[in-house]
Design a protein around this ligand. Structure first.
Ligand code: ADP
Ligand code: ZN
Length: 751
């Protein structure tokens, strides 16, 4: 299974089909011994005897098999792999009545496993995330009134149930209980006395039929040209990646909707990946207008029963369009014909835990395995994607102008060295004035600070003691509204202590630096007429809260939004004309490889919230380094010059996208054991041409959730098969059970 060693996005180098799942021709019955992959971290597929009922198993079939004393469900991966004598093998228990896992999905599982150095079973587990979906849909039971009158003892609760069912319809038990405000016992009682009867309900039509022509949009010439190019690719169809590079508000969404409509019209399924899907009610609304109904959504907050229905409906081809988070890539689409990755530069597409994969890159792999196009959309594409365009691997379509009357906002730097805020404050007088002016015109302002809570650090004025998390190498963040100190890494929370835990001084603890709550306090003090609203993951949880936020802003119930990254993207608020960035330098410290790139991306995105309607927008960046290339690019609108500068620096240093990285994080509860493994890996580090190892070194988060952490970074030249180097390296070191070595190929996080 060497397929994962390929260089991403290089169509020459991706060699799908060498994994086991690729070896069986679709629908060919296999022999008397089959290999079955189980959704468990077991190292590979196991061989089983096929049942002797003559039906024959096919690759992709879901089967129950014995594993030790247990029965588990797995997937027939292909013909027998091992050389165990047939008489020693145990038989498959039976085939499940579920649609087979499509071949492209199976090959994708193999590919991701090989690329990320994960167990194929761990990856399969992601493709089988809803085991109950493998059972045929149970007919839903409902209750309705019996038409013939019966005598029974009436109670208020019983009367409420009968009132809810007055019109003669049947309702599922839980719905009925909720609407009548009764327990399920009351319903059972009414069935018992013969006043209600149970009936089978037709399956819920949760997934509406979409219409590619429901709400067409008149595109501008520029948009139309891009849309036509994408539609042609969808109709072709064959693998290819296109970067849709358009400024914020240029109509990228409308343009890729045309490609989605083309996929729908061609009888294909389509997948749109969005970061933080649950939080973009405006996107869903636009989708509804364009296609006449809502898409199926897929993300981690989905309820269990909807997950189950969605997974099964995707597998059966009943769902045609899914919009979701990165895990949507592992859904069992039988007819996928397009993947769109919106905001492709977002690091939210990178999964750090478990199987560490980059969703955007794996979307490209999935498209190649299915031989259909992928679209990556962004106003601030990642350097990886730009480099792929420059190398001729990806095509590019440009949308250089905002749609309609809207113009891009004017961006200016506020030099905090020249016009600092007064002591103890964080907003410069010029920014405060600009907010005042906007409000006077009846417009809205957004103050951006990517820090939740009140203050990132609390220290003792007398002894200098800093309040730290007991489980992590991290300061505790004060959340003043909740009167708490919180660790943003492990969730540990405690009340703010009345005195310094170190020197016992009373009232000596002071908050250092601002979080959004502190900025809101400052706004309230300086602009008493303003109606501030804090928007963070603490205040806006889930789709309902996000929809409410949109309503509050559109109806002008708030006029100064103070928020984190959550406010930076997706939202379209026509009357929002001013964006103030409280600390534009915040993301630049820390020495992360992508610090400059990311700071530009997030500040550009948040700037893009200003002036999206007819009124001109303005952006003010509070900075101590206005000469920094990132600030200059934001102010002068010279994104491409910054990209060229960053790419040159990456190339000179051999960093991605010109070299490749893999991180090893060694962790465990015992620092000595962790250090031993880290040192052994350091001694065994691959040397020689084309690669070198940095570390071991304590991770910046040297302790996380009570586990000690050390890091090593492998850096190889472009074109070196990094997986092979990693495998050979890891094979030399024995790792005790209490120590974990996490492999992260193409790491994005260096903490
Ligand atoms: P982007 O994704 O590039 O930031 P959007 O697709 O969100 O841009 O478009 C910005 C705004 O302009 C949205 O409100 C969208 O509905 C509107 N818009 C874009 N193109 C058109 C069009 N051709 N006709 C009508 N409205 C459009
Ligand atoms: Zn912690």
């Amino acid at each position: 299974m060497a397929s994962g060693d390929a260089t991403l996005g290089d169509s020459q180098a991706i060699r799908p089909g060498t994994g086991a799942a690729g070896s069986a021709a679709p629908n060919a019955a296999l022999g008397s011994v089959v290999s079955v992959l189980l959704p468990l971290p077991l190292g590979g597929a196991y061989d089983y005897l096929a049942p002797e009922d003559g039906t024959g198993l096919q690759a992709g079939d879901f089967v129950a098999v014995p594993l030790g004393p247990r029965d588990v469900i797995g997937v027939v991966w292909g013909a027998a792999e091992g050389d165990v004598a047939a008489k020693k093998l145990r038989p498959v228990i039976g085939r499940l009545d579920a649609p087979a896992l499509p071949e492209a999905t199976r090959r994708f599982v193999d590919w991701v496993a090989a690329y990320t150095l994960s167990q194929p079973g761990s990856v399969l587990r992601m493709a089988m995330s809803v085991p109950t979906a493998l059972e045929p849909a149970r007919p839903l039971r409902g209750y309705r009134r019996v038409s013939a009158p019966v005598a029974f003892r009436e109670t208020a609760a019983r009367r409420r149930v009968l009132a809810v069912l007055a019109e003669g319809m049947a309702l599922p038990g839980p719905t009925l209980a909720r609407e009548a405000g009764v327990s399920s016992g009351v319903i059972a009682g009414l069935v018992g006395v013969g006043a209600l009867e149970a009936v089978a309900l037709p399956p819920a039509g949760a997934f509406s039929t979409l219409d590619p022509a429901a709400g067409p949009v008149t595109l501008s010439d520029e948009q139309q040209a891009a849309a036509t190019a994408l539609v042609d690719k969808v109709r072709a169809p064959s693998f290819g990646v296109t970067l849709l590079d358009g400024v914020t508000g240029s109509g990228k969404t409308e343009v890729y909707f045309e490609a989605v409509a083309a996929a729908l019209a061609a009888g294909k399924q389509a997948l749109v990946l969005l970061p933080e899907i649950a939080l973009t009610p405006q996107w869903l609304e636009r989708f509804g207008r364009r296609f006449g109904a809502a898409p199926a959504v897929w993300h981690s907050d989905l309820g269990q029963s909807l997950r189950r229905q969605t997974w099964r409906a995707v597998a059966l081809g009943e769902v045609r369009i899914v919009v979701g988070a990165r895990s949507g890539l592992f859904l069992p689409f039988p007819e996928l014909g397009l993947i769109v990755v919106d905001e492709e530069h977002e690091t939210a597409f990178k999964q750090e835990d478990g199987v560490a994969y980059q969703g955007r890159n794996m979307a490209v792999v999935r498209a190649q395995l299915g031989d259909f196009p992928a679209i990556l959309a962004s106003a601030t594409p990642s350097l990886e994607t730009i480099a792929n365009v420059q190398r001729g691997r990806y095509e590019i379509l440009n949308l250089p102008n905002r749609h309609g009357a809207a113009a891009l906002p004017k961006v200016a730097a506020l030099d905090m060295r020249v016009a600092p805020p007064p002591r103890g404050r964080f907003l410069s007088p010029m920014l405060v004035e600009a907010v005042t002016e906007s409000l006077a015109r009846g417009e809205q302002a957004l103050l951006f600070l990517n820090r939740r809570g009140y203050a990132p650090l609390t220290l003792c004025r007398r002894c200098g003691f800093r309040l730290q998390c007991g489980n992590c190498t991290a300061w505790l963040v004060e959340h003043r509204f909740r009167h708490q100190l919180q660790c943003h890494h492990c969730g540990h929370a405690m009340a703010v202590p009345p005195k310094c835990p170190e020197c016992d001084a009373e009232e000596s603890l002071v908050a250092c630096g601002p979080g959004v709550e502190r900025i809101a306090e400052e706004v309230a003090a300086l602009l008493p007429q303003a109606r501030p609203l804090i928007v963070t993951s603490d205040t806006v949880r889930g789709p309902k809260a996000a929809a409410e936020l949109v309503r509050v802003v559109l109806e002008h119930e708030a006029d100064v939004l103070i928020g984190t990254q959550m406010l930076a993207k997706g939202h379209h608020f026509p009357d929002l004309t001013l964006v103030g960035v409280v600390d534009a330098d915040l993301g630049l410290s820390g020495g992360d490889l992508r610090a400059g790139e990311r700071t530009f991306q997030v500040l550009h995105q948040v700037s893009g919230r200003a002036g999206r309607g007819g009124k001109p927008g303005r952006v003010l960046l509070q900075t101590y380094a206005p000469e920094h290339p990132v600030m200059r690019a934001l102010v002068d609108g010279t994104r491409d010059a910054l990209i060229a500068l960053e790419l040159a620096a990456r190339q000179a240093g051999g960093w991605p996208p010109y070299g490749r990285l893999a991180a090893l994080v060694i962790s465990g509860p015992d620092a000595v054991a962790v250090d031993q493994v880290a040192a052994a890996l350091g001694r065994a580090a691959p040397r020689g041409k084309g690669g070198r190892v940095l570390g071991p070194a304590p991770a910046p988060l040297a302790v996380l959730r009570g586990r000690h952490r050390r890091r090593l970074l492998l850096k190889v030249d472009d074109g070196v098969a990094i997986q092979a180097v990693l495998r050979a390296w890891l094979a030399q070191v024995t790792v005790p059970n209490a120590v974990r070595v996490q492999v992260d190929v193409d790491p994005y996080s260096f903490v």
